[in-house]
Design a protein around this ligand. Sequence first.
Ligand SMILES: [Cu+2]
Length: 124
Amino acid sequence: MRALNYAAYTEHNIHIWSMINMPFNVGQPVQNMEATTTFDKPEIPVPIRCDVHKWMNAFVGVFTHPFHTVTHEEGTFELKVPPGKYEIAAWQEKFGEQTQTVEIADHEKKDLVFTFKEAEPIEE
Ligand SMILES: [Cu+2]
């Protein structure tokens, strides 16, 4: 991962809260400072925050396979996989993870619906 401070006169602090990979915490007080790190183990999710600005945050997933995606703006997703039986996991930052098992034949399409209940957020 590469993080670059584009902003003039604004300090940032890239803080990666890894539980499995090596944690990372570096200040970027000057414009164009660059920080890089590598995740060498699968980990989902990895929270990334700026310690200076509370509203700056993101999550990354470190996978050992190419079968992952993010939802579109309206919450739909498409995931193309070879034929086989899979456990599909859907993760949301406030409502956690749900899984479903699905078996896909050659050239088959299936619909999966994950419903996260608004009344059950994870406590931070
Ligand atoms: Cu910041």
